[in-house]
Design a protein around this ligand. Structure first.
Ligand SMILES: [Ca+2]
Length: 466
């Protein structure tokens, strides 16, 4: 642990020293440096879907779903083939994105029900808080799901975690994506809204850029769509695109989100904000399990070629689409297979902003800027996931190092080992034939698992009201 923190500090010294004059080889350095020779701080958009599967976008191989705006983003930037969420379920995945830390360290172990005592604690340092301190304007629109007592003084709210402006819901849009009535804008409930949540979220983001953001400051905008999480509702015109498909409501829901995302990109284009903006799109976990909600039958998400779905420790639960566009710094149409995790967002945005990454606590993520110049990420902590309620029992823990992934039960007694580069479907368990590798990975995993387990806080007992 001490070693890993020290390594991280040493690494950060290197990054810190290099930040002022950082040039990305292979890219246009002139666009990265202002006329005065100072590093230009980009505007940032982090768009997130809810339960969008690895196979749910056209550019990730879906045979029917049309996602022209996200396909365009990939064509203009980089498609990540090995992008991971920090967890196979909503709240921990978001806690990992916001803090750069494995969510189990923060005490966010599972999705957070309404009124639960569980929340992202105030002492956690969110990326929004760091960016705000560094002079960024910060905005969150959409699903928050990082506390149980939403919009209550009893727990930290988006503003407490560094968002200047927020237009958010505790969890899903209710009663559905259509005419939701649970959005809160900067602490004030807004009542029933007309329209669909993806469009409302895009409208608010565009309105914030046009009317609330001060152009003299760089901005970081978190756009966290509810789509395509249940309960789904889709505008008829998007369902019509899939006439004859029983999955039309789901397919159309993804296309409607894509359309809303495209409107935001177009608005940024119109405001001349795209030329040097860092835009990332990803999902918080794998696709919903088919027909989990009886009578709804809207869970038609696809993990593509991967094994498992949401709530699984196999790839389908945690591997998600990941697209990054950063003009002048990423070669258009490029593809990277470097493993990237939701916890990498905080260090990456800090590197882009020239802000310091916290050194007083364990940070699991790593900056991904080297990927844009075709280099490997310098990780001090392996990619690690733990979800005690995983449907892939006994496997509730996973770790990836390079091409290799180990799965384990919570007691660290049962293991599987896969080479993901050769076997992304996780069909061939090599635990027996790669005994030496298994032992080495077990050792690393057990140490990390224990360290994170010890750090995670415990919560008071609480009974969920039905
Ligand atoms: Ca989710």
């Amino acid at each position: 642990m001490e070693n890993s923190l020290q390594n991280r500090r040493n690494f950060m010294k290197v990054i810190g020293l290099g930040a002022a004059a950082m040039v990305l080889p292979g890219c246009s350095d002139s666009s990265f440096l202002s006329a005065a020779g100072k590093k230009k701080r980009p505007n940032m958009v982090i768009a997130l879907c809810d339960d969008l599967g690895y196979g749910d976008l056209s550019c990730y191989g879906h045979p029917f779903i049309q996602t022209s705006n996200l396909d365009k983003l990939a064509a203009e930037g980089m498609k990540l083939t090995d992008c991971y969420a920090a967890a196979p379920v909503c709240s921990p995945s978001r806690a990992g994105m916001l803090t750069g830390r494995n969510p189990n360290r923060c005490g966010v172990y599972d999705w957070i029900p309404h009124n639960s005592p569980v929340h992202l604690k105030k002492q956690e340092i969110s990326v929004a808080k760091i960016l705000k301190k560094a002079g960024y304007a910060t905005c969150h629109v959409g699903k928050w799901h990082s506390n149980g007592k939403f919009n209550s003084p009893e727990q930290p709210q988006p503003n407490d975690h560094g968002f200047d402006y927020w237009f958010s819901t505790q969890n899903n849009a209710r009663p559905t994506h259509h005419n939701p009535k649970n959005f809160v804008r900067n602490g004030i409930p807004v009542g029933r809204l007309e329209g669909y949540s993806s469009e409302l979220i895009a409208d608010e983001a565009i309105n914030w850029l046009r009317n609330h953001w001060d152009r003299n400051t760089p901005f970081c905008l978190f756009v966290w769509f509810h789509a395509p999480h249940e309960p789904i509702a889709t505008d008829a015109k998007f369902m019509k695109m899939y006439e004859g498909h029983k999955e039309a409501i789901y397919y159309g829901n993804v296309s409607q989100m894509d359309h809303a995302f495209g409107r935001l990109m177009k608005a940024m284009d119109d405001m001349a904000l795209r030329d040097d903006a860092f835009v990332m799109f990803t999902s918080d976990n794998g696709p919903e399990t088919l027909n989990r909600y009886r009578g709804s039958h809207c869970s038609y998400g696809s993990p593509g070629p991967l094994r498992g779905m949401k709530l699984h420790m196999y790839e389908g639960g945690i591997r998600v689409p990941g697209i990054i566009c950063y003009p002048g710094q990423i070669k258009p149409g490029s593809v990277s297979s470097e493993p990237i995790n939701g916890t990498d967002i905080l260090p990456t945005l800090c590197d882009l902003a020239g802000a310091k990454i916290p050194t007083d606590r364990a940070i699991d993520g790593a900056g991904i800027l080297p990927v844009f110049r075709g280099e490997k990420i310098k990780r001090t902590v392996p990619l690690y996931w733990r979800y005690d309620s995983a449907l892939s029992k006994p496997f509730t823990v996973a770790m990836r190092q390079g091409d290799w992934k180990i799965l384990a039960d919570d007691n660290m007694t049962v293991f599987e080992l896969y080479n993901l580069r050769k076997d992304k479907k996780e069909k061939n368990n090599l635990a027996s034939s790669e005994a030496g590798r298994l032992e080495a990975m077990k050792k690393t995993l057990i140490k990390l698992h224990r360290e994170i387990d010890l750090e995670g806080p415990r919560w008071p007992k609480w009974k969920r009201k039905k």
